[in-house]
Design a protein around this ligand. Structure first.
Ligand code: GLY
Ligand code: MN
Ligand code: MN
Length: 449
């Protein structure tokens, strides 16, 4: 059971105030956490609180609701939480409880979650607008919708009750896209643990192996460092690496094959997301090396575009251009660079690189953040404090017909992914300690076997 939230209380109070100050004072803000989910019969998936309640309060337990409302003088906050219950805690684990939340969490009041509907009904009726994230707390949604419906009927009589329900997620997303110094320091930690996990897997593999054994090397490093996977690890040998979201991780990996590992960890709620591709036997073949160098050059070119003032699309455009040049120069594609790239970055290269180059990363691995807030064709401008991945790849599946390439490239999938912080100066690659060049990888694989 935590003694308090991850960050010092003023950081949460600043976030709450930045959000609440955007709302009309005749509003109420309701941010419920997500509900527990059944995995099998009466067993739940491990609970992970919603990123928005973590962002606003640092509250990690299920059945919680953050409320903000104006009392005529000031914004006030209440956190509804599960109260202490000795019997339930003997089965399920210790709870912070109402008193603990009141004493140590960044809110004016803490109340028992079981009583939220009765307490909130009267308060909601005095407000015009309800800002609520629906879909998490069915009973709360029902209450709000009942008050809205009643209001529309009674409005002409008493004028009492809300007349609008608004989802506050976009406001939160806009705040979360820029990371604070304290968020960045946790993200650096998550990046270093994940880098060490990839290094550990490289060092402890020499020759043929199994995807699940290599997965265990990665995830044991996460666990040893008090972190968990931030998404299902992708550990894909040989041709499996051509499946973008492969996650079976059950196959044998032959000596001479490449293994693509896309695995990151979560530290105190914040994600890292790394992909490395390397030869299990420790040496790239010439064909593997040629393709790897094309992807690596594209990734470095894209990272170089991660600078303030560039658009969100600039790293992607750099990656597409660079991959196109590489594929034509190495004779993988028999066409001009212009044809490979396409007028709108949609040319032949997209048959082998069909995903985006970047996504925002933070409390969610695919973090929130509106990329085109004002409909900008190339996306918003990059700003210091934003953190995004840079992850170009090339995929030549054996099993897809008519790919129109030399068969010697078939069965190879390569992706290289780092997490990059936009700064006032050069981009800071948070995952830079993870081996990435051909030389560094070949000097690492198998070294501890
Ligand atoms: N790990 C999923 C991704 O790279 O976006
Ligand atoms: Mn990613
Ligand atoms: Mn990834």
């Amino acid at each position: 059971m935590p003694d308090g939230p991850v960050f010092a209380l003023p950081e949460y109070l600043r976030r709450q105030s930045a959000l609440l100050s955007q709302l009309d004072i005749n509003s109420i803000l309701l941010i419920p956490t997500n509900d527990l989910k059944i995995r099998s019969h009466d067993v739940h998936y491990p609970f992970r609180a919603s990123s928005d309640i973590l962002y606003l309060t640092g509250w990690e337990e299920p059945k919680a609701l953050f409320v903000g409302y104006h009392d005529g003088e000031d914004w006030k906050t209440t956190l509804f939480v599960r109260d202490n219950n000795e019997l339930a805690e003997r089965w399920e684990g210790r709870r912070v409880g109402v008193v603990g939340a009141q004493e140590r969490w960044p809110v004016d009041h803490a109340r028992d979650w079981e009583n939220r509907l009765g307490i909130l009904e009267g308060l909601i009726q005095t407000k015009n607008t309800v800002y609520i994230q629906q879909g998490h707390d069915h009973d709360l949604d029902t209450l709000v919708n009942r008050l809205l419906i009643t209001k529309t009927r009674e409005k002409t009589v008493s004028g009492k009750g809300p007349s609008a329900v608004v989802d506050p997620s976009a406001l939160l997303a806009e705040m979360r896209i820029r990371k604070s110094e304290s968020e960045i320091s946790i993200m650096r930690e998550a990046a270093i643990i994940a880098s060490n996990a990839h290094k550990h897997a490289m060092r402890n593999t020499k020759g043929e192996s199994n995807e699940f054994e290599i997965q265990s090397l990665i995830e044991s490093t996460f666990m040893k460092n008090k972190s968990i996977p931030s998404y299902g690890s992708i550990v894909a040998g040989g041709d499996n690496a051509t499946i973008l979201h492969y996650h079976a991780n059950q196959d044998h990996v032959k000596d001479g094959s490449l293994i693509l590992i896309d695995a990151g960890c979560e530290v105190q709620g914040y994600a890292s997301d790394i992909t490395r591709t390397w030869p299990v036997g420790g040496k790239f073949s010439q064909v593997q090396k040629d393709l790897y160098e094309i992807v690596l050059t594209a990734q470095l070119d894209a990272i170089d575009m991660c600078r303030p003032g560039n658009t969100w699309s600039d790293p992607h455009k750099a990656a597409v251009r660079s991959l196109s040049e590489g594929l034509v120069e190495k004779g993988v594609l028999d066409c001009t660079i212009e044809e490979a790239m396409g007028e709108n970055y949609d040319g032949r290269v997209r048959e082998f690189f069909m995903h985006g180059t970047s996504h925002s990363i933070g409390l969610d691995v695919h973090d929130v953040g509106v990329i085109k807030p004002n409909g900008e064709e190339d996306g918003r401008l990059l700003e210091p404090g934003m953190v995004l991945t840079v992850e170009p790849g090339l995929y030549f599946p054996k099993w897809v017909e008519n790919l129109n390439i030399d068969p010697k490239f078939s069965g190879i999938g390569i992706r290289i992914e780092d997490d990059v912080l936009i700064t006032d100066g050069d981009p800071e690659v948070l995952t830079a300690s993870c081996p990435k060049t051909v030389v560094d990888i070949e000097n690492t694989v198998g070294k501890d076997v």
